[in-house]
Design a protein around this ligand. Structure first.
Ligand SMILES: *[C@@H]1O[C@H](CO)[C@@H](O)[C@H](O)[C@H]1NC(C)=O
Ligand SMILES: *[C@@H]1O[C@H](CO)[C@@H](O)[C@H](O)[C@H]1NC(C)=O
Ligand SMILES: *[C@@H]1O[C@H](CO)[C@@H](O)[C@H](O)[C@H]1NC(C)=O
Ligand SMILES: *[C@@H]1O[C@H](CO)[C@@H](O)[C@H](O)[C@H]1NC(C)=O
Ligand SMILES: *[C@@H]1O[C@H](CO)[C@@H](O)[C@H](O)[C@H]1NC(C)=O
Ligand SMILES: *[C@@H]1O[C@H](CO)[C@@H](O)[C@H](O)[C@H]1NC(C)=O
Ligand SMILES: *[C@@H]1O[C@H](CO)[C@@H](O)[C@H](O)[C@H]1NC(C)=O
Ligand SMILES: CC(=O)N[C@H]1CO[C@H](CO)[C@@H](O)[C@@H]1O
Ligand SMILES: [Fe+2]
Length: 444
């Protein structure tokens, strides 16, 4: 069975509005594909970060929140949720939670035990807080100085960056509080994870967490099942402004995808860790109902001292399920589609583990079952944004021949905060056998 471009319909947000791109993947076996072009246009211009006092991002004070579903395998979905007990010292510490799930919303015949983990993050008072390159400030320097000042409650010898003024904080620099300043230690909420197992394809499932929170989702088709079109919601560089929220609502209600692919840069927490929590709350309407896959990017790794920790604990990638030794690269198959996620900020040269895994993974692709082959990574290999041109070149140099050899159809990227789509291309030259590159991103 052959893939054909005639059978791909692409929802495009209009030029320069960089989000809400959707592909309906079918193949020749499905004659009644519908071509659709979205008229959606993300609002232009800077949008202020949603303040922490906004109802959409407020802590639920010990109740279940930040519920999200990660695609894992054809018969398995990972459910993640959170309890923020930071303001409830008397609440019993519950490190497990019962999740009941099933096809019948009344009987919920299956049960899973979710286990909680927490992590500590070293807060970084990044200049993105008071001087962000996108959007408007979330905190000013005085507010940051106040946050870092522990002298009213910590032992007096603990150094603080300054006492009570913003004057010492460099205008446009990141500042780490001293490691022994207790104000610099962030304690994550309880993050619970459970794998919902033995799921049937193309089936609506209902779930209930501790009898307290309920939701539903629909499983994806088996790989090789080409009986109906597969709708993908694709986005990147999401953030947490009103525009991020609008884009989320658009994906949920208008696109109504089977699967959401987020090509990196999720929350822009940038090592001010509680912004992972506000993002998780803001995205819950979409992510508690639709299956997503993610890849990690610069804002998960190295804007601030994130080092992927917040990402890794909260958005577990199905790497075990795909013979990968690292959450940074994995694969997922459904219907006519084989997705491979790669790490733009993971060593990618020919002696790297990532390269060798990719080569093996590509050799495992069965084009009869999954005629569409999509590679998701963060930093574009091709783009016309001169600020970012060249950032993806080393990875492209290393891996492009492999992708070409195995006939990858689509390379999905983000990072540049603009929408752009290439002709099929290989080594800088239009080539009908090369992949088409989609650069997505919220331009906020
Ligand atoms: C769900 O289970 C209940 C109780 O067994 C049953 O009465 C009901 O018909 C079932 N619903 C569906 C949709 O199967
Ligand atoms: C900084 O923000 C705080 C509230 O977070 C506000 O009370 C204060 O007036 C602001 N300071 C300046 C200099 O804008
Ligand atoms: C903070 O206050 C203490 C006590 O008043 C003073 O010794 C110290 O120099 C101050 N630190 C800074 C950074 O201003
Ligand atoms: C499934 O969840 C969605 C989103 O929360 C909700 O709107 C819908 O009513 C639910 N469906 C059923 C049958 O409960
Ligand atoms: C963002 O959205 C909220 C809720 O709709 C609204 O109250 C607020 O005014 C908006 N903020 C901006 C800057 O548009
Ligand atoms: C691949 O990259 C790693 C990390 O930068 C480096 O240590 C190694 O020497 C490189 N190998 C080759 C063959 O370039
Ligand atoms: C492709 O273009 C880049 C940037 O212009 C250049 O550095 C690179 O050498 C070119 N590669 C090939 C194979 O032509
Ligand atoms: C060079 C630079 O980025 N300067 C910025 C430093 O931060 C202030 C706001 O705090 C901006 O106005 C400057 O443009
Ligand atoms: Fe990025």
């Amino acid at each position: 069975m052959q893939r054909s471009w005639a059978a791909i319909a692409i929802f495009l947000s209009v030029l320069l509005s960089a989000i809400g791109v959707l592909a309906v993947l079918t193949n020749d076996a499905v004659p009644d594909w519908v071509s659709r072009t979205s008229s959606y246009q993300a609002p232009r211009g800077a949008s202020p970060e949603i303040p922490p006092t906004d109802i959409r991002v407020l802590s639920r004070m010990g109740a279940i929140e930040q519920v999200h579903l990660v695609a894992s395998r054809h018969d398995r979905v990972t459910l993640v949720f959170v309890r923020d007990i930071s303001a409830s010292p008397d609440m019993p510490l519950q490190l497990q939670a019962t999740v009941r799930y099933g096809r019948n919303a009344t009987t919920l015949d299956n049960e899973g035990l979710a286990k909680a983990r927490v992590y500590t993050g070293m807060q970084e008072y990044n200049s993105y807080l008071w001087n962000p390159p996108m959007g408007a400030p979330f905190l000013n320097r005085s507010a940051v100085a106040a946050l870092m000042n522990t002298q009213s409650w910590a032992q007096p010898w603990w150094q603080v960056y300054n006492n009570d003024t913003a004057a010492d904080i460099p205008e446009n620099k990141s500042v780490n509080a001293a490691y022994n300043n207790p104000a610099s230690l962030y304690q994550s909420p309880l993050i619970y994870t459970v794998k919902l197992e033995n799921l049937l394809p193309n089936t609506q499932y209902f779930y209930e967490i501790e009898g307290e929170y309920s939701g539903n989702f629909t499983t994806l088709p088996m790989d090789g099942d080409h009986s109906k079109p597969l709708t993908l919601g694709m986005w990147a560089d999401v953030g947490q402004t009103n525009v991020s929220a609008l884009n989320m609502e658009y994906l949920l209600h208008d696109v109504n995808p089977d699967l959401v692919l987020l090509a990196g840069d999720l929350s822009y927490a940038d090592a001010f860790q509680q912004r992972w929590d506000t993002w998780g709350r803001l995205m819950e309407p979409l992510m508690s109902h639709k299956l997503s896959l993610f890849c990690n990017a610069d804002h998960e790794l190295n804007v601030g001292n994130e080092q992927n920790v917040g990402y890794m604990f909260r958005y577990p990638a199905p790497f075990d399920e795909s013979n990968s030794p690292s959450f940074e690269y994995y694969s997922f198959k459904t219907g006519p589609l084989h997705v491979i996620a790669l790490g733009s900020y993971t060593v990618f040269n020919r002696s790297s583990v990532q390269y060798r895994w990719l080569e093996e993974e590509l050799s495992r692709v069965d084009r009869r079952r999954t005629p569409w082959l999509l590679v998701m990574l963060h930093v574009p290999w091709y783009c016309s944004n001169f600020v970012h041109i060249g950032e993806g070149l080393l990875m492209r140099e290393s891996m492009e021949p492999l992708l070409y050899k195995y006939g990858v159809d689509i390379v999905l990227t983000g990072h540049v905060h603009a929408y752009e789509r290439t002709y099929p291309v290989y080594q800088n030259v239009t080539n009908p056998c090369g992949p088409v590159h989609f650069d997505l991103g919220d331009c906020r």
